[in-house]
Design a protein around this ligand. Structure first.
Ligand code: 5AD
Ligand code: SF4
Length: 476
């Protein structure tokens, strides 16, 4: 096919045009629209990638389907912990029965798990009905891969890249929410925490040009988006390697100044290089939400060294002091791993110390999961299951104890809330998000979704609040 452009994104747009005809013909034949379903596992990055996959599928004529019983089904996988893998393989097994009922169905598996050879081998060996396998680096190529699969006799088309230095922009995206969106500011990770598989499956750090970021945000604002989340594995290293030097704090200032977005969030900063300049920008720029997700991983200096985290217990505590001194009402949340190889009772009690001191509003707690290919997988001193379980339960208890007073002190105050949707569990109730990322449920009609309202918090229910909508105080 000589008339296919080499350059991106033109190349993918060309494949989308070719696919439009194929999808239209198939849907005429079936006398119904063709459907798609994208199932996402893992983090915000993967959710963002899935919106890009859905954007391509909608552009070529597929319509969304709630269930997995769709004409094309994509699993966008995560491999950060072993249970993420187990979940995916459990589900893939079941897809065989769906395909038996609908032999025209196309099944694709992509994302982080597919960057690991043993997972691809397992699919080839045990789940031969999977049509298409691709990785994290070539996710933008869905249209081309789909076209190739439809025109080849290969049972399973596999296209995995070891890495990439490319960033392909300006392809369609189908967003889950009309009013909020994620925006990638960088891809990959260079930190190599010794437990973590991410640098191996997402490749080296690449920052996007600030002009492209601003352009994307302005387009989103024009489409009605008022809250954005800037996404990167370690946003604090944003800008390294760009031709014109810029750091993350400067990018934030630029986004505040050059876009009309109402709320700006970001995920995830690394404690090792969270600068005073960043704290100062957060303190002074109103659009920046008063929430920092600051992964601790462990409170023990010795363990942090083994994890290659580049900070000590005291560094972390001092950082939290600096943040709280600048922004007393900030909401801090964290990630903690229990049972890292060699973790002693003293190490664990250091973690509890830090949790008590920092008063996190919430903590994501994980049991250490051995990832083949990471340095920690070969470390001595794997902690026995019963000890890990005991520590994990204790950590949960302490996290709950410390979050309670921090949450309770907000009851009685009124906050600006972005209404995100209806409360699935109670009819007549809506769910909204405070600027500090906490959730509140309150009575209201669904036509308020996407609006900013004032809500007075009346009760704390653990990880969310109940509140009353102050209807006379519409903000927007
Ligand atoms: N085992 C357990 N938790 C892990 N995380 C990353 N790798 C592992 C692992 N091997 C956790 C970290 C990280 C979060 C996204 O997942 O806490 O911050
Ligand atoms: Fe999972 Fe990490 Fe991949 Fe996100 S980047 S989907 S957390 S493995």
């Amino acid at each position: 096919m000589s008339n296919i452009p080499e350059k991106e994104p033109e190349r993918q747009l060309c494949f989308m045009e070719l696919l439009k005809t194929i999808v239209k013909d198939a849907s005429l034949q079936k006398q119904r629209p063709l459907t798609y379903h994208v199932q996402t596992f893992g983090c915000q990055m993967n959710f963002k990638d899935s919106e890009k996959l859905a954007g391509v599928l909608e552009t070529i004529g597929y319509v969304p389907e709630e269930s997995e019983n769709a004409d094309i089904l994509i699993y966008n996988t995560c491999t950060v912990r072993e249970n993420a893998n187990t979940k995916v393989f459990g589900r893939i097994g079941y897809l065989g029965t769906l395909k038996a009922k609908n032999p025209d169905m196309l099944i694709a598996v992509c994302g982080c798990m597919m960057q690991e050879e043993h997972n691809v081998e397992k699919i080839k060996k045990s789940y031969g009905f999977v049509d298409l396998i691709f990785g994290t680096h070539n996710i933008y190529m869905l249209a081309e891969l789909l076209y190739e699969k439809l025109n080849s006799r290969k049972k399973t088309l596999i296209e995995i890249w070891d890495g990439t230095d490319r960033i392909v922009e300006d392809l369609p995206s189908a967003r889950k929410f009309d009013f909020k969106a994620g925006v990638n500011i960088m891809y990959g990770c260079n930190n190599f925490c010794t437990y973590c598989i991410v640098p191996y499956v997402r490749g080296r750090e690449r920052s996007r040009d600030p002009k492209d970021i601003i352009k994307e945000i302005n387009e989103l604002v024009d489409e009605g988006v008022s809250e954005i989340m800037l996404l990167g594995q370690n946003v604090n290293s944003y800008g390294k390697g760009l031709p014109e030097p810029i750091n993350f704090a400067e990018l934030l200032r630029k986004v505040c100044k050059e876009t009309k977005v109402h709320r700006i969030r970001f995920m995830t900063p690394h404690p090792k290089d969270l600068s005073d300049e960043l704290i100062e920008v957060m303190r002074t720029e109103e659009k920046l939400c008063p929430h920092i997700h600051l992964p601790l991983q462990s409170g023990s200096t010795a363990l942090l060294k083994k994890m290659n985290r580049h900070y000590t217990k005291e560094d972390y505590l001092r950082l939290v002091d600096r943040i709280k001194a600048a922004m007393p009402d900030i909401s801090l949340t964290t990630d903690i791993i229990v049972g890292f190889p060699g973790e002693t009772d003293e190490d664990f009690s250091d973690t509890l110390d830090v949790v008590r001191y920092c008063g996190f509003d919430s903590a994501f707690t994980f049991i250490y999961s051995k990832r083949n290919g990471t340095p920690a997988a070969s470390y001595d001193g794997q902690v026995p299951d019963n000890v890990v379980k005991r520590r994990f339960d204790e950590l949960l208890k302490v996290c709950r104890e410390v979050s309670e007073p921090s949450l309770m002190k907000r009851v009685g105050s009124t906050y600006e809330v972005l209404v995100e949707g209806v409360d699935e569990n109670e009819s007549g109730m809506l769910t909204g998000r405070l600027a500090n990322n906490l959730l509140v449920h309150f009575k209201g009609e669904p036509d308020l979704i996407g609006k900013y309202l004032n809500v007075r918090l009346t009760e704390c229910k653990g990880f969310y609040f109940l509140g009353d909508l102050l209807l006379d105080k519409f903000l927007q």
